[in-house]
Ligand binder design. Structure first.
Ligand SMILES: [Cu+2]
Length: 785
């Protein structure tokens, strides 16, 4: 009898799962199939599809007669197919639009084999408009729009494909590694970036911090521009060098937190005025290529929706260590990343001055770690390395020959393969734990990515610290995806809420979500008090960032019925679109720490416009059942309590490990001299001959792992076979085949996917964008990116 009922419970979980039927183990990392292209960038389009972008490179997968650098991965089958992308999307930024479409911004010029400049040169030979071999177009100004489609749509139709035609729709400036953040009306702000790539965004010494001779783009601009022209952001000048992929978070006031180098400010996008905030303690750099893990903590009724941003890891390399556009001055792969974490509440409501607050160190040093906010309000950190930085290069100032580079082109080493979980509500000293979490066998270094899936698991993919596809180096071009199952997957059943609307408004009438008694186990009255409704935007992931990622817990009250069903009376969004910008999101209902599957919703009006708001309606008072019944759902997640009633269990193991790592960090902070000594010592250790099993062909999760001499001398991958075929394709014929002739976001018929079914009001068409002419000379393409 007991066996039978547990089988039934197991079957119920499988039926409610939107995966293929397979048992999953909490804390495990399992194969997620192949991504066709290396997943440098990803976003979740709907409940079926994850869209993936790579740089233009020599992927084996072909589409329309050239290597693919776009793909779509199916959540149900864990398989992917190539999608055509016209322009080189290398190191773009991206963001959702209010109607559920996604946009990507900028990238690289057209390249050919080996990352070399494509066959149709432009800009005096420093870039290319097209390459005949890879058939990629210049993507530096591109704005590409995708309307997510489902299997009910025709994927071969124009409306399901990337709109990618810079002749029609483009930014005013050439940008890669720009920041992107949405405003409260859904407008996207693009900030800064490189014109033509490089390791960091400066020459050294830094004599032209504004433009770097034309290689830096210190301006911001809007999409849709609606007549607004690009303007210089003074903060980009101040932070010159370490200012690409700036961390940007819109605040409730409408100002934006901007963090780059070790500086911080609040920026008013309506007036372009800046208010300095304190510097990052310890001068730890969090932006690319230090690439710390950064996220806004959950916005909750308890914190009155006032944002706090968490910065973890990155690098405390000093100014002279960073080098310039070409490469770092030190052997970064021997230099420990930072484990330091700081919190910042940029707009305190108690009258205090904004100040960084020391948080618990991560359990390990980590560069390129990234935060995924889970439905239970905890943050997963995943991916990255314990040593070094993002970027790749054929040499450094110290190791001048590529044949002597110990990890090929990778500027990071010692992959951090074990995720960890941060509980923002736990007492200080006990916020981090990796108890019960598995390690991956795949290194996820530069150009890897991760994102929350609608079933509350996490998709992990990518890694390619190489100029072009290289399958035989230490840290190869990676096509394998993995799925991480957080501890709440220990529950055999999940809440199955009904009544979640397809759109949420800013303020207005509350709605009811009903949970049947099979959605939880134990006391109904207790479960009701332990239920949260969260709106999560997983964001657009690249370079260890999830641009636009936000978590907002809605206000709720409850009525518990005597049949064990629970009605959650749920408020709409707070009546301020700056707190959670309009656009697509997932709604998760979490009971006793166990989340439901996410339901896709559109927050706001679906259009780029000042969002309609109304006052929040009062919620009914809580009503417990007079006869408390027990739910028929089985099991309860090891993650235990949710954000509302957090018990904050602390782990002795994590405290001990944290202490050890903390010691290492303190050592790292001693500065350049000791850091370099340490580097030399590690380099010597790394170069000592040793045997290495084939299963561990790189220094996986052990920064002291040794690399055999036989693996140190390697050919220059991807440099052979450069094709320089000539110009006939420079006519941009490829674009002519696209029928759309206007900004696709502004087309009413464009966003008609059955999954969204969201009407899209027409926008005022943006005025024609004048061609941008830079007066300053361009630099040659750098070696490092
Ligand atoms: Cu990149």
């Amino acid at each position: 009898m007991l066996l039978t009922s547990s089988l039934v419970a197991s079957a119920a979980w499988l039926a409610s799962s939107i995966h293929p039927a397979q048992a999953v183990t909490a804390g495990s990392i399992v194969d997620g199939g192949d991504t066709t292209v290396s997943a440098m960038m990803m976003f979740v389009g709907n409940s079926q599809k994850v869209y993936i972008l790579d740089k233009a490179e020599g992927n084996a997968a072909q589409i329309n007669g050239h290597p693919a650098w776009g793909a779509v991965w199916d959540f149900n089958t864990h398989t992917s197919v190539a999608m055509d992308v016209k322009t080189n999307v290398f190191c773009a930024s991206g963001m959702h639009l209010p109607n559920g479409s996604y946009a990507t911004f900028g990238g690289n010029g057209a390249v050919t084999v080996g990352g070399n400049i494509g066959s149709v040169p432009t800009d005096g030979g420093s870039a290319a408009s097209f390459d005949a071999t890879y058939q990629d177009y210049d993507g530096r100004k591109a704005i590409r729009i995708l309307n997510p489609c489902t299997d009910d749509d025709d994927f071969s139709s124009t409306k399901c494909q990337w709109f990618d035609n810079p002749d029609v729709l483009a930014m005013q400036k050439e940008r890669w590694y720009s920041a992107a953040e949405a405003l409260g009306d859904g407008t996207i702000v693009l900030i800064g970036g490189f014109v033509n790539g490089g390791y960091i965004n400066r020459n050294y010494p830094n004599t032209d911090p504004t433009f770097e001779g034309g290689a830096a783009e210190p301006t911001y601009e809007f999409y849709p521009a609606n007549g607004r022209t690009a303007e210089i952001m003074q903060f980009m000048v101040k932070t010159s060098g370490l200012n690409s992929y700036a961390h940007t978070y819109l605040m409730p006031s409408g100002k934006m937190l901007v963090q780059a180098n070790y500086s911080t400010m609040l920026w008013d996008p309506s007036t372009n005025t800046e208010t300095d905030l304190p510097d990052m303690p310890g001068q730890v750099v969090r932006v690319y290529p230090a690439s710390g893990a950064v996220a806004m903590l959950p916005l909750t009724p308890a914190n009155n929706y006032n944002p706090t941003v968490l910065f973890c890891g990155g690098s405390n390399m000093t100014d002279e260590m960073w080098g310039n556009y070409s490469w770092p001055a030190i052997d970064t792969f021997y230099y420990p990343a930072s484990a330091d974490c700081q919190r910042l509440t940029p707009e305190p409501t108690d009258g205090s001055a904004p100040a960084y607050e020391q948080d618990d160190d991560m359990l390990e040093t980590r560069t390129m770690g990234q935060f995924i906010i889970m439905p239970n309000g905890k943050l997963l950190v995943v991916n990255g390395g314990e040593n070094g930085t993002a970027g790749y290069s054929q040499n450094t100032d110290v190791t001048t020959q590529y044949s002597q580079m110990p990890y090929g082109m990778s500027l990071a080493a010692a992959p951090a393969t074990k995720p960890a979980i941060y509980d923002p509500n736990a007492p200080k000293g006990s916020r981090w734990s990796n108890d019960g979490l598995s390690s991956s066998s795949i290194a996820r270094l530069y150009h890897s990515s991760a994102i929350l899936l609608p079933d509350a698991s996490i998709l992990i993919a990518g890694s390619n610290p190489n100029v072009d596809v290289n399958l035989t180096t230490f840290f190869p071009t990676t096509y394998k995806a993995e799925i991480f199952y957080p501890p709440y997957f220990s529950s055999s059943t999940r809440p199955s809420p009904s009544g979640i609307p397809s759109t949420l408004t800013y303020g207005g009438s509350y709605f009811n979500i009903t949970l049947s008694s099979s959605s939880y186990s134990g006391s109904a009255n207790t479960a009701a008090g332990n239920t949260t409704v969260a709106v999560i935007r997983p964001g657009w992931t690249t370079h260890a960032m999830n641009m636009g990622q936000r978590y907002l817990q809605l206000n709720t009250s409850y009525t518990v019925n005597n049949d064990g069903s629970i009605v959650m009376h749920t408020s709409q969004m707070p009546p301020n679109a700056n707190i959670f910008q309009p656009g697509p999101a997932l709604v998760f209902v979490t009971v006793n720490g166990i989340p439901s599957n996410g339901t896709f919703v559109i927050v706001g009006s679906g259009s780029v416009e000042t969002q309609p708001t109304s006052a929040a309606s009062a919620l009914p008072v809580n009503q417990l059942a007079s006869t408390d019944t027990s739910g028929s759902g089985s099991g309860s997640g090891s993650s235990g309590n949710n954000t509302k009633n957090n018990g904050a269990t602390s782990s002795h193991t994590s405290a001990i490990v944290g202490g050890v790592v903390g010691g290492l960090v303190a050592f790292g902070i001693l500065g350049a001299l000791i850091g370099i000594c340490l580097s030399r010592r590690r380099r010597a250790a790394n170069r000592a001959p040793a045997s290495l099993s084939s299963a561990n062909a790189y220094a996986l999760s052990d920064r002291k792992a040794r690399v055999p001499a036989s693996m140190m001398a390697r050919g220059r991958g991807g440099e052979s076979g450069v094709v320089e075929s000539g110009g006939g394709s420079g006519e941009r014929d490829g674009f002519g085949s696209q029928e759309l002739s206007a900004d696709p976001y502004n087309r009413q018929d464009y966003n008609a996917s059955s999954d969204w079914n969201q009407s899209t009001a027409a926008l005022t068409a943006a005025p024609p964008i004048p061609p941008y002419q830079d007066d300053v000379p361009r630099r040659e393409n750098g070696m490092s990116f």
